[in-house]
Design a protein around this ligand. Structure first.
Ligand code: FAD
Length: 476
């Protein structure tokens, strides 16, 4: 019997467990799952928080099982809860936990409410030490513990009224009541913060800023589209012909042709829909036609982008990121219309503004933004809220995740230049600078972001984990 440990029971840990349940005969494995009590079955994004903090996908587009989109709606009904268009993230956490407990029973896995504090290689096995002093050996370990902090870009850690860690919003922002508030970041995390504060009527004025001031596009009514040009078959054929490689130019030409086949002119689309700020959101809502096509086209192409990323020379990846990353990130996880409307309304009421070209932040009593040209922005801020997203490059890992720090210190793993750990694509095995490929140590979820392009949505993480378990074990 193979002894398996899953470290971290957030989205990816649950996905691994569900993968085992789908693929493996319970009598052939013994699985121990580790996480702290508040996070087991929830992970970082889906812990207890205000109901205002919602998923970015509609209720019937996200679930515990990527193969069954209606499962969340079914669970809500089973529990006499109304089906909202967008489910609050904390409710999603309760649902995920309950489904995980069912899975654990079926596969006879042990759910352990404690963290792993030590990991050591012991021959071909892994020795794990827990908080309560238990030591267990495993034949295979799944690292699903990618809980990371937000990076402090402006070196404000420890300053009064600088809020570095923001989730759960209800708890971390409870002291933020009045005054001018500056939110660093305009991605979904920045929007979470701003919409939460606005809907709770907190603060006199909110300013959001980021380099581009780009907010993800607004999710519009979906349309049916099929992939016309850059299909998986087309990509595979290309890879067979070119020794498993695709160059940036080749991908670029094929993807532009794909967009054109749907009547999308990339340059015009970018200029119009991705102009940034609140104006961008208004344009998205007022002229949704081509946006609907792009939003419908990208999710079924996830696997294709992953494969392209995997097969592209490293230097070409830089160009890929420069040209396509903003387009893909801002359209792959769009903003719920409800959130966009809160921001648009707040702008009209002069409660919200956005600032471009910030070079730094200075504190002299209150906070001031220093613009790139050295001038001070006119507003003085009482609070600075860090909503920059997880630091996947792990710059402050010692503090944010001691177990990952240990893995790096012991040279069992290294940080991938695109974030997360360096892994073998597909097999998700950790590549150790000391031992080479570790066939029985796998990285998932946030830890796989650099290796697997666009891996970080819940459903994508589930699919990846299922495919890995299928490739590791024979079918039931
Ligand atoms: C704020 C936020 C909102 C998001 N919203 C959405 C959304 O609406 N829709 C969507 O599709 N995706 C969303 N995502 C993306 C997706 O949910 C995440 O990428 C996903 O949760 C990552 O899964 P993970 O397992 O890597 O990390 P997590 O889910 O955070 O799980 C990591 C777990 O590891 C545990 N852990 C850490 N160290 C240890 C240790 N030493 N021992 C044991 N356990 C440990 C932690 O306690 C935690 O539970 C969101 C992400 C974030 C950050």
């Amino acid at each position: 019997m193979e002894k398996v440990a899953i470290i971290g029971m957030g989205t990816s840990g649950m996905a691994v467990l569900a993968g085992y349940e789908k693929v493996v005969d319970p009598s052939t494995v013994s699985i121990d799952c580790y996480d702290s009590s508040g996070s087991l079955g929830k992970g970082y994004p889906y812990r207890m928080d205000s109901d205002e903090v919602i998923l970015n996908l509609k209720t019937r587009k996200i679930s515990y099982n990527y193969e069954d989109n209606d499962d969340l709606a079914r669970w809500l009904e089973e529990n006499d809860l109304q089906e909202p268009v967008y489910t609050p993230r904390n409710v999603f956490g309760v649902y995920m936990k309950s489904r995980m407990e069912d899975t654990a029973k079926k596969i006879q896995a042990n759910l352990m409410e404690e963290k792993i504090i030590r990991i050591d290689k012991a021959g071909n096995q892994w020795e794990l030490g827990t908080e309560s002093g238990k030591i267990n050996k495993y034949d295979r370990v799944h690292l699903c513990c990618g809980e990371l902090k937000q990076y402090d870009y402006y070196g404000l850690k420890g300053e009064e009224n600088f809020i570095q860690e923001i989730f759960p919003l209800e708890e971390k922002l409870q002291g933020v009541q009045k005054g001018n508030i500056c939110v660093i970041g305009t991605s979904l995390t920045g929007v979470d913060v701003a919409t939460y504060l606005l809907s709770k009527n907190r603060g006199d004025h909110i300013t959001m800023f980021s380099r581009s001031c780009m907010i993800p596009t607004v999710r519009v009514e979906p349309v049916e589209v099929s992939i016309n040009v850059l299909t998986m078959e087309c990509l595979k054929k290309h890879l067979e012909e070119y020794y498993g490689r695709i160059a940036f130019e080749e991908f670029d030409a094929l993807f532009l042709e794909e967009l054109e086949s749907h009547g999308i002119d990339f340059e015009k689309f970018q200029e119009f829909h991705m102009c940034g700020g609140i104006e961008g959101l208004e344009r998205n809502i007022d002229s949704p036609d081509d946006l609907a096509v792009v939003q419908a086209l990208l999710p079924p192409m996830n696997g294709i982008f992953n494969k392209v990323w995997d097969c592209m020379p490293v230097t070409d990846r830089v160009r890929f990121r420069e040209k396509w990353h903003p387009f893909l990130t801002h359209n792959r996880s769009p903003l719920p219309l409800e959130s966009a409307e809160i921001l648009i309304q707040a702008k009209k009421e002069h409660r919200l503004s956005m600032v471009k070209g910030v070079g730094g932040i200075k504190k002299n009593g209150k906070y001031k933004l220093i613009m790139a040209d050295g001038k001070e922005h006119e507003i003085e801020y009482d609070y600075i809220i860090n909503a920059t997203g997880l630091d996947v490059r792990m710059r402050e890992i010692e503090e944010s995740n001691p177990l990952l720090d240990q893995l790096l210190e012991k040279r069992y793993a290294s940080v991938c230049e695109y974030g997360g750990l360096t892994l073998v694509p597909g097999k998700m095995c950790v590549i150790s600078p000391l031992y080479g490929t570790l066939e029985n140590l796998h990285g998932h979820g946030v830890l796989a972001v650099g290796v697997q392009y666009r891996n970080n949505s819940t459903m994508m993480i589930q699919k990846t984990a299922h495919e890995l378990i299928k490739s590791l074990y024979s079918s039931k």
